[in-house]
Design a protein around this ligand. Sequence first.
Ligand code: HEM
Length: 146
Amino acid sequence: MEGTEKTLYDRLGGVFAIAAVVNHFSDNILENPTAGKESPNPVLRDWSNNQLDRLPGLKFMRTLWVCAAAGGPQKYVATRPGQTPMGLENAHRNFRISPEEFDAVAGELKRSLDHFGVPDEEKNEVLGAFMAHKDEVTAGYRAAAA
Ligand code: HEM
């Protein structure tokens, strides 16, 4: 009904449901052959093997980002701000994330949303919000290749 639409945040079930998806997806990325512990990208491989003391913080920051992107009451404040409040280019620049690595992570996100039974409409909105930042997340790769 017009005027009564719930935010994506509410439709997903709020912060606890979002955190459960982020937790599952962040753990599974570590086992992904393209983006995790055995990634051909040496920076991602090093992070996934040797910097896991940062994993809880990464899960927290990702949860905050998704909550804010989905219209929740939380405000995302980046540790390495980009050009816009939700900008991710500086947070990812040093990782030199390729488009293929990005797509592998998007595939893990889709699997996690399926794992928790998130309906197609909400699933596509979350994936759309993620894909909208592909250029930012892969900016370091393009800069290194140029
Ligand atoms: C739209 C897609 C993505 C979103 C929304 C996202 C979200 C985030 C956020 C919010 C942070 C923390 C930034 C900060 O410090 O403020 C972060 C850092 C990070 N992300 Fe992403 N990310 C995305 C794509 C990716 C991809 C494709 C990878 C590749 C595996 C990746 C790996 C990492 C790593 C390793 C960090 C750094 C953790 C650290 O500081 O040690 N992200 N991401």
